[in-house]
Write a protein that binds this ligand. Structure first.
Ligand SMILES: Cc1cc2nc3c(=O)[nH]c(=O)nc-3n(C[C@H](O)[C@H](O)[C@H](O)COP(=O)(O)OP(=O)(O)OC[C@H]3O[C@@H](n4cnc5c(N)ncnc54)[C@H](O)[C@@H]3O)c2cc1C
Length: 379
């Protein structure tokens, strides 16, 4: 096995590093869970896109560099090491875009992807409903056929960024009479400012409107905004879910940079022996995740599917993030409890990691049944 990068890959990394050094804002942008911060992060996406750094692995026709997965991982490492802003377009870029690449039409890709790449259209994910979280197939929101499209009615919840976003993608029941709940679902895109849509923000622990509930009352969606065939929504959504948990949502660069910051913090706090092992675990964990992810990316490039390994990744990064932030807060002591330290903010967000993108209990079931071949548990 050769773990070295090619000369071209190293040149790509150097180019990304020098661009980021010249462009990353010297002062951190305001939180993207505020209207002001959302606008500032959109402007940052436009700056990235102007030099084709916003979606490096996409085809050039849609604003990318056709760089492939390995260069994307290298870019992500440089991005996080440079302390660059959080990505406001993440739902669109890491969830909807792969879905459109796999299941969308050429017309949809040409229409949807370029404005997504530069932050002009920011997307929210509208999957969860009050009675449909882990058991997503029990969703009740429906889409009824009408002239030239569909009318959406129902309620979605926990939609991240929907308080400020422009459009959403979600699953709707188009056939209520199917024998199984995951049949008769359709995957479609809609406008959050269309007549009939009410967006009610939900505050996070720190009071910021990081999510929203969506109330839909006969919202018109044209046929051109259906992804794949009507009734095939479940199959399409499962490929999106694999992307969410697997490679694209949480790249190792995020954890390598955070582990380095933790080491710096440990040193500035006088290298206390009580936290030495936890800091070492964080450094080793980030490196192990990096190697695991690079191996997974290589397999994908060789034409293999990610499969249930995505669930392993998801459990790993979500639990890793909590341990990392807890160690930092322990090192900071009382100072760390202030909501103004970015470690405190990271901790609050990390707590949600075992819940979003499919809870860790569900992921562990997938690992047990599909990777380890254990019998189904009692539900
Ligand atoms: C920060 C954050 C961001 C989110 N963003 C979005 C978003 O943008 N769009 C969106 O659509 N949704 C979003 N969600 C919602 C998220 O997808 C759901 O919270 C998640 O799927 C769990 O569903 P639930 O909250 O209904 O919990 P439930 O499904 O009610 O689960 C409650 C508990 O029971 C356990 N449980 C349930 N069923 C089983 C089972 N069969 N076996 C073992 N244990 C089980 C769960 O693991 C969990 O611990 C977000 C959530 C969070 C926290």
């Amino acid at each position: 096995m050769d773990l070295a990068f090619t000369r071209d890959e190293e040149a790509f990394r150097a180019e990304a590093r020098s661009w980021l050094r010249a462009h990353v804002p010297a002062v951190a942008l305001p939180s993207l869970e505020t209207a002001e911060g959302f606008a500032a992060h959109r402007a940052w996406e436009a700056e990235l896109a102007a030099d084709r750094w916003s979606v490096v692995d996409w085809p050039a026709a849609y604003g990318g560099r056709d760089s492939g997965l390995i260069r994307w991982l290298l870019f992500e490492e440089e991005y996080h090491a440079a302390g660059a802003p959080g990505r406001v377009g993440q739902n669109g870029v890491s969830l909807l875009a792969p879905t459109l690449f796999e299941h969308g039409t050429e017309e949809q890709r040409a229409r949807v992807l370029p404005p997504m790449a530069c932050g002009r259209t920011v997307w929210a994910q509208a999957w969860s409903e009050p009675e449909a979280g882990s058991d997503l197939a029990s969703l009740r929101s429906k889409a009824l056929r009408t002239d030239g499209g569909w009318l959406l009615t129902g309620q979605k919840t926990w939609s991240s960024r929907a308080a400020f976003a422009d459009r959403a993608f979600g699953l709707f029941r188009t056939d209520p009479d199917t024998p199984k709940p995951h049949q008769g679902l359709t995957y479609l895109m809609f406008d959050l400012r269309a007549p009939g849509v009410t967006v009610r923000p939900i505050a996070r622990l720190d009071g910021r409107p990081a999510f929203a509930e969506l109330f839909l009352d006969e919202v018109f969606v044209p046929d051109e905004d259906v992804i794949g065939e009507p009734g095939q929504g479940w199959r399409i959504a499962m490929s999106t879910a694999g992307n969410e948990r697997g490679l694209k949502l949480r790249s190792p660069g995020r954890y390598l940079a955070a582990a380095d910051r933790l080491l710096d913090l440990w040193r500035t706090q006088g290298c206390p022996a009580s936290t030495r092992d936890r800091v070492a675990d964080a450094l080793i964990g980030a490196r192990a995740y990096q190697l695991f992810t690079h191996a997974a990316a290589s397999r994908v490039l060789d034409g293999e599917a990610l499969g249930p390994e995505s669930s392993l990744n998801k459990v790993f990064w979500s639990e890793y993030d909590i341990a990392l932030a807890e160690t930092a807060l322990d090192l900071l002591g009382e100072e760390g409890e202030s909501a103004d330290t970015d470690w405190a903010e990271r901790y609050v967000f990390a707590l949600a990691g075992p819940i979003y993108a499919g809870t860790n209990e569900i992921q562990r079931d997938i690992v047990a049944e599909r990777l380890l071949g254990l019998p189904k548990g009692r539900r």
